[in-house]
Design a protein around this ligand. Structure first.
Ligand code: MRU
Length: 366
């Protein structure tokens, strides 16, 4: 994949920027291509990839050029546009049939984040009724998914910040759930943006998030760029931090939420939830309804991605572990609903989520 530089500050889209602490956009549609900020290279380099084929998009998702549940879904939606364009040009009489292979390749790129399947289903629903060149209609739908995600994040930011008002103070977050992980603004990091802007957050602590270092490399970079002071800690320091009594909320995102409210999120989230409960710190999950999977009764049914051993055996490309060691590298875990104090979605807030409350939210809101 070529990596040409693209002008503009981190892919700024000023029309969707809402406040002084919101300047980063990592996904753009530009010059008939999908442009992604390459998150593998942050914070050392801000390089962009121009993706013109569906294979490049599937590879970018699998290799974590783009990562974070909503961002993966948005990238996949644009991937469908690229796929349909190529298939229609080559085989206008049967492009829809051959396109199915592309959809399957995109769906298989990463298994845990349900936003990927959700976005593909939404694009697929449109396919059935299309006549003639499909590109314009599909592109409009992908852009709608992108814009709706940003709008949902702003709404969750407001709802979550409202909860912080009851007990302002310091917060701890895990992984990266910000503009880099979404269409823009972020889920958990969106609540932190809104809370910081409203003066409700004294200090933001971010776990480094081993092994891929989403916290150290991405969250810290994103917050520094946006003028929000951030304090990093090793994942293993989190319980000791919570014991100090300064942190009021642990705020995290989600990759998939089962019907009973169990939450799959970045590995390390579960032990944070256990520790938060032990120390009397409130635990908030922030995720759009596109992350909810009502087809799975509980978190035990959520597929958990295992990634390669090199993520643990090496650091920045250099070997760090004893040669010969085996590796167990699940990159997500499941936090049981009973450890979650509040789930914030764009359609509303659920205190102590359970299956009845989840159903009620989805059936009685829009
Ligand atoms: O492996 P990643 O970096 O894609 O994992 C991301 C997370 O676990 C995020 O917390 C989750 O996707 C929510 S992002 C708004």
């Amino acid at each position: 994949m070529a990596i040409p530089p693209i002008p503009g500050r981190f892919g700024t889209m000023s029309d969707t920027m809402s406040n002084a602490h919101d300047h980063i956009r990592a996904i753009r549609w530009q010059d008939n291509a999908l442009v992604l900020l390459d998150q593998r290279l942050l914070p050392a380099r801000t390089d962009y990839l121009y993706l013109q084929t569906v294979d490049e998009v599937a590879r970018a998702i699998a290799d974590m050029v783009v990562r974070g549940a909503p961002a993966i879904g948005i990238a996949a939606a644009y991937g469908v546009v690229l796929a349909a364009r190529a298939r229609y040009r080559r085989q206008p009489e049967c492009w829809q049939t051959v396109l199915r292979e592309d959809l399957a390749r995109l769906a298989a790129a990463r298994p845990t984040a349900v936003n990927l399947a959700w976005a593909l289903r939404r694009m697929e629903r449109l396919l059935a009724g299309l006549q003639g060149d499909p590109e314009e209609r599909l592109l409009a739908e992908a852009k709608a998914i992108h814009e709706e995600d940003i709008a949902a994040n702003h709404r969750m930011g407001e709802l979550g910040a409202e909860l912080l008002r009851k007990s302002p103070g310091s917060v701890l977050t895990h992984c990266n759930t910000g503009s880099l992980a979404t269409g823009g603004y972020g889920t958990a990091l969106g609540v932190i943006r809104s809370g910081f802007t409203a003066g409700l957050i004294d200090k933001v602590y971010a776990d480094e998030t081993r092994p891929w270092l989403q916290g150290a490399r991405l969250t810290a970079w994103e917050l520094v760029q946006d003028g929000i002071p951030v304090t990093l800690l090793a994942d293993s320091a989190a319980s000791y931090l919570l014991r100090q009594g300064e942190v009021r909320w642990v705020i995290v995102g989600a990759d998939r939420i089962a019907a009973n409210g169990d939450v799959a999120n970045k590995i390390g989230t579960y032990h944070l939830a256990v520790s938060a409960r032990h120390h009397g710190v409130r635990f908030m999950v922030v995720a759009p309804t596109s992350t909810i999977d009502m087809s799975l009764a509980s978190g035990t049914a959520i597929p958990i991605e295992q990634r390669g051993p090199e993520e643990l055996l090496t650091l920045a490309g250099k070997p760090i572990a004893a040669p010969g060691a085996a590796v167990w590298n699940p990159v997500f875990d499941v936090t049981p609903a009973e450890l979650i104090d509040v789930l914030v979605t764009e359609r509303g807030v659920i205190l102590q989520p359970d299956v009845a409350k989840m159903r009620h939210l989805l059936e009685n809101s829009r």
